[in-house]
Design a protein around this ligand. Structure first.
Ligand SMILES: CC(C)(COP(=O)(O)OP(=O)(O)OC[C@H]1O[C@@H](n2cnc3c(N)ncnc32)[C@H](O)[C@@H]1OP(=O)(O)O)[C@@H](O)C(=O)NCCC(=O)NCCS
Length: 149
């Protein structure tokens, strides 16, 4: 039996070809290279990470630690690696980086049942709707999880 060895580490500029390749495959409105460059070099509140399995990047995420708020800005797993528990693994690792934040929050497309299911399993609850939040006019659900009892 082989064991996959996962590693989560800070995203670097040289990861961006792979990260953008995943973005293009999984998102209707992928983030640009410029956005990721901002997250890596300029946004002091940002934690951009990649998930490597056996030294290969299979997913990535960006979170913003904004004082009491821990905002999951984006998360993606490459299509061929989805449904194997890596999304949950990455989310749990991110939540472990929340430090003194009081709550975690994210927006998700109303139609993204897979992601919504994952967030619910991790204790997130829908707390609001942002109407026509996405470029194609789709609503976003706002989901939130309290991090302190
Ligand atoms: C959403 C995403 C990050 C989840 O990652 P993943 O590795 O596929 O998910 P996991 O294998 O960890 O599954 C976690 C949970 O998601 C749900 N899930 C997984 N596959 C599913 C499917 N095909 N249908 C419905 N729910 C599913 C299940 O509840 C699962 O929990 P379980 O295995 O205990 O039943 C990933 O599918 C993805 O990158 N999607 C495209 C980008 C995206 O939508 N990002 C989120 C933007 S808000």
């Amino acid at each position: 039996m082989t064991t996959s060895i996962p590693n989560i580490r800070p995203m670097r500029e040289e990861d961006l070809d792979t990260v953008l390749g995943i973005e293009e495959k999984v998102f209707l409105e992928p983030w640009s290279r410029r956005s990721y460059m901002f997250e890596i070099y300029s946004n002091r509140y940002s934690i951009p990470v990649v998930l490597e399995v056996d030294n290969q990047i299979i997913g990535h995420a960006v979170v913003w630690r904004l004082f009491e708020e821990f905002h999951i800005a984006t998360i993606a797993i490459a299509p061929e690696h989805q449904g194997k528990g890596w999304g949950k693994f990455l989310m749990n690792a991110l939540l472990g980086m929340s430090d003194a934040a009081e709550y975690a929050i994210l927006e998700v497309r109303k139609s993204n049942h897979r992601a919504i299911r994952l967030y619910e399993k991790l204790g997130f609850k829908v707390t609001g709707v942002r109407h026509r939040y996405y470029q194609n006019g789709e609503d976003a659900l706002v989901m939130r999880k309290d991090l302190i009892p």
